[in-house]
Design a protein around this ligand. Structure first.
Ligand SMILES: Cc1cc2nc3c(=O)[nH]c(=O)nc-3n(C[C@H](O)[C@H](O)[C@H](O)COP(=O)(O)OP(=O)(O)OC[C@H]3O[C@@H](n4cnc5c(N)ncnc54)[C@H](O)[C@@H]3O)c2cc1C
Length: 352
């Protein structure tokens, strides 16, 4: 084995980002890629400003062509209360940047190849094995009994700059601007998701219009629709014997509030920082430091996401009123809005 070589299993976005960060700081690294078909269907990813900083430092931001989110409008169907979060409130140039998973991953993998990072199909013995293979069935913890319907909707006028998060009695609905259109990610019971995916275009648009109203503009047409299962999976420990787990391999979240990949990139960033000066990257002391560094950020992000996935379900009048007051209070209190927005952007990490 090459002394102190780090083997990263999984050339997904988190594995590629870690490979670029480690290679850039002089660590010996090999990326293990298996020929597993990556999702070719649409999957909008809202990258936070913190993720932008990490990708810039990895040298992988410049080649992306994301759609910036300047404002996020949060509301609930069937009751009062709404909050408008702006980039200005949070003190950042944009609250987030929307990319499609597949071209985003292609761009990262291209960058890895350009830098001459070693790729292999099989791992030899390594000083440290980093698991970035994505979600594992072994760690299943909570099934939300929901699937996400994902679809790209053409709007009139064309979508730009504003994302919509709408809590409907069926489940959370996110509308993200992407290249002039709105990308829908709508959590709901699997039977209902199946019906909406197979429904004629007019029926789908009518259901969506009923859920969001006319605030986002006129819904003109919808492209291919597909479904994604939703579950929470968290590993008990993110380190083992000469091993570390990052990204979805460490924790898989409900996509409400778009936190999964952002959290995974912060895992990659912190691991790279810990390994920067380590003479033996697989040493237990080094790995424990990494685990300690990630504990609070990961735990709070998991809790907030899990709370949001559940808290806005159902249409009980009293809980609707309480949610309405919470959204209104957030809307009128700038420090609270600022705290909330920055927490969603940076997590509990020490970035930037
Ligand atoms: C509908 C939907 C919307 C989402 N929206 C957002 C969002 O807006 N913002 C956000 O931050 N997150 C979002 N997410 C979550 C995000 O997609 C994941 O958190 C992210 O893809 C995790 O990246 P990863 O690299 O850890 O894992 P993956 O993306 O799963 O990549 C893992 C890679 O490892 C490879 N692999 C698997 N097994 C092996 C093996 N044995 N050996 C080698 N390689 C292997 C796989 O082929 C894959 O390429 C969303 C998810 C869904 C489903």
């Amino acid at each position: 084995m090459t002394q102190a070589e780090i083997a990263i299993h999984g050339a997904g976005p988190v594995g590629c980002a870690l490979a670029l960060l480690l290679h850039g700081q002089g660590n010996a690294v090999v990326l293990i890629q298996k020929q597993i078909a990556a999702p070719s269907s649409l999957r909008p990813i809202a990258l936070s400003h913190a993720s932008r900083l990490i990708l810039e430092r990895a040298g992988a931001w410049q080649s992306l062509a994301p759609t910036a989110i300047e404002t996020i409008h949060v509301s609930q169907q069937g009751s009062f209360g709404r909050t408008r979060l702006s980039a200005e409130d949070a003190g950042v140039p944009a609250l987030g940047y929307v990319v499609d998973y597949r071209p985003f991953l292609d761009s990262l993998q291209h960058e890895v190849a350009e830098r001459g990072i070693r790729m292999a199909a099989k791992a030899n013995e390594a000083a440290l094995t980093v698991h970035a293979e994505g979600s594992s069935e072994e760690t299943k913890e909570k099934d939300y009994g929901q699937e996400a319907v994902v679809a790209l909707v053409t709007m009139r006028p064309a979508a730009s700059g504003t994302a919509w998060e709408r809590f409907t009695p069926e489940g959370p609905l996110a509308l993200l601007p992407m290249g002039g259109r709105l990308c829908v990610v709508w959590g709901m019971r699997p039977e209902r998701a199946r019906v909406l995916c197979d429904a004629p275009q007019a029926d789908f648009l009518a259901a969506l219009s009923q859920a969001i109203g006319r605030r986002a503009g006129e819904l003109v047409s919808v492209g291919e629709r597909h479904r994604a299962p939703l579950a929470l999976r968290v590993r008990n420990s993110r380190v083992g014997e000469r091993a570390a787990f990052i990204g979805n391999a460490a924790q898989t979240l409900h996509p409400v509030a778009g936190q999964g990949l952002n959290l995974g990139l912060r895992d990659a960033w912190d691991l790279a920082q810990v390994l920067r000066d380590a003479t033996d990257p697989g040493e237990a002391r080094v790995l424990q430091r990494f685990a300690r560094l990630r504990r609070i950020d990961a735990a709070t992000t998991v809790q907030v996401t899990d709370f949001l996935a559940d808290a806005f379900l159902g249409n009980h009048r009293i809980t609707g009123l309480m949610r309405g007051f919470a959204l209104t209070a957030l809307d009128i209190c700038l420090p609270a809005r600022r705290f909330f927005a920055r927490r969603m952007i940076f997590g509990a990490s020490a970035l930037p």
